[in-house]
Design a protein around this ligand. Structure first.
Ligand code: C2O
Ligand code: CU
Ligand code: CU
Length: 481
């Protein structure tokens, strides 16, 4: 009898052990870690500057065609989507004061849209889900660039299919120049000392194609184990100047990054989503949630190699918090051309005064809903009066991380969970990490454009959440309406 009991207990223990081992293995297999494992054997692709012409009305005209392609990311042939090419799109560049016109042609087999993320423009030109472009059609929005120099971007925003279209490769940069706010002393030669760094995480299936499977534990969608920068896997960039500016964009579908250098060196944050900061902010790591940008300037010594890394972002392993990646290797030439020091003062960032706010609104993000609602194309969630300033308090009401994004305007951050915002949130922003259970208060002025019939969007920029309805619509109306 005792023998049987003992045998039973041992069997139970073995099974338990296997169970725990299995679960541990399953959890471990969900972690991605490429630190020290990236070969950095491919030169970083730099997206070409989009050619443009000036038409008879003086408008700067760009052409973008969304279409199919095949790319090589070191996994054989991968079916990809791109604008004017096989993956990603060219960098559009225009100067404040210019009227631009973009002919967007849909060469795909499904509806798409193009949204100008961070751009201040009329709602009809914004490219949200209400402006679909059918396959074979061309959409030609036109607007006047009227905002400070900034690193913006563009990507599809079709109803319920944004995650897939962006994941397949549709995205690009839109750099706004402004003679009044460009700082000549900052590195500014595109592709030489001013380098776009578009970061995306991918998974590959056995055929080398993108794996679209959402992680079994993830509440935010696809979490890849391979990073691409500008569509290059394992990239290095040769640096020929003492200082280099990196325009970091998190163009992933879900993942939060915490960028820094492997050797712990500090860098100067000089700009965020909507423009330059009033002064450089020295830091060692910067978190970027989906859709956020950071312009950083880093100094190099001749001949050295330094790795841009993404560090652990927190304990939330189910949503990639424990993952770490080597992102990009900077290889300094044996001799470096001198770069001017980063100036102590950059531009004026006039503060919006909370006392001037005409309205304060509260939004709670929970369960793929905002204030209990999923996005509906026929519901307006906020009516804003043109020319007024508003405070939006955005609260994350559960355990899932989100990324709050507001169309039309750039905002300033008033508080993060009741406290003063950190230095990296001192400038213009259009997208901000919304950690579980925290509240962010932002202030914005809704100037210039009113349209009672076309809405702008505000939403979570985790694209699976956006597609599943975590989005609202607001309209801006004339004061005398
Ligand atoms: Cu970058 Cu509404 O999107
Ligand atoms: Cu946007
Ligand atoms: Cu979200």
């Amino acid at each position: 009898m005792r023998r049987w009991v003992l045998a039973g207990v041992s069997l139970m223990m073995v099974l338990c052990g296997l169970g725990i081992g299995g679960v541990t293995w399953l959890i471990q297999s969900q972690f991605a870690n490429t630190v020290g494992k990236v070969d950095f054997d491919r030169p970083l692709a730099v997206p070409p500057l989009a050619p443009s012409t000036v038409d008879a009305q003086g408008r700067r005209v760009f052409n973008l065609t969304a279409g199919f392609g095949q790319s090589d990311f070191g996994h054989g042939r991968t079916e990809t989507w791109g604008y004017n090419g096989k993956y990603l799109g060219p960098t559009l560049r225009a100067t404040r004061g210019e009227q631009v016109l973009v002919n967007v042609h849909n060469g795909l087999a499904e509806d798409t849209t193009v949204h100008w993320h961070g751009m201040h423009l009329p709602a009809r030109m914004d490219g949200g889900p209400a402006e679909p472009i059918a396959p074979g059609d061309t959409w030609s929005p036109t607007w006047k660039i009227d905002q400070p120099a900034a690193t913006l971007w563009y990507h599809p925003h079709p109803h319920e299919t944004t995650e897939n279209q962006v994941y397949n490769g549709l995205a690009g940069l839109f750099i706004v120049d402004d003679p009044a706010t460009d700082v000549a002393a900052l590195p500014h030669r595109y592709g030489v000392d001013d380098i776009p760094v578009i970061v995306q995480d991918k998974k590959f299936d056995g055929d080398g194609d993108f794996d679209r499977g959402h992680g079994i534990f993830s509440d935010i969608g696809v979490l890849g184990d391979t990073l691409l920068v500008n569509g290059t896997a394992g990239p290095y960039q040769t640096v020929t100047t003492q200082r280099v500016r990196l325009r970091l964009l998190n163009a992933s579908t879900a993942r939060l990054y915490d960028f820094g250098f492997a050797d712990g060196r500090s860098f100067d944050l000089v700009g965020t989503d909507g423009g330059l900061l009033s002064a450089p902010y020295a830091m060692k790591k910067i978190k970027l949630s989906v859709g956020e940008r950071a312009d950083v300037v880093v100094q190099l010594k001749p001949g050295e190699r330094v790795t841009l890394r993404s560090f652990r972002t927190g304990p939330d392993w189910t949503n990639g918090g424990r993952d770490e990646f080597d992102v990009l290797q900077l290889r300094a030439a044996a001799e470096l051309k001198p770069s001017p020091a980063v100036p102590d003062r950059l531009v004026d960032v006039p503060r919006l005064d909370p006392a001037s706010a005409a309205q304060e609104r509260d939004f709670t993000f929970r369960g793929r809903r905002i204030n209990g609602h999923k996005m509906a194309m026929n519901r307006v969630d906020a009516v804003v009066t043109r020319g007024t300033t508003e405070i939006w308090a955005v609260h994350n009401g559960h355990d899932t991380p989100h990324s709050f994004h507001l169309h039309d305007v750039q905002f300033q951050v008033l508080s993060v969970d009741g406290g003063q915002p950190p230095g990296e949130l001192a400038g213009w922003k259009d997208t901000i990490f919304l950690p579980p259970h925290e509240e962010i208060r932002v202030i914005a002025r809704f100037a210039d454009y009113a349209d009672p019939t076309t809405a702008y969007m505000f939403h979570c920029h985790v694209l699976m959440h956006e597609d599943e309805g975590m989005m609202g619509r607001f309209i801006v109306v004339d004061p005398d309406r």
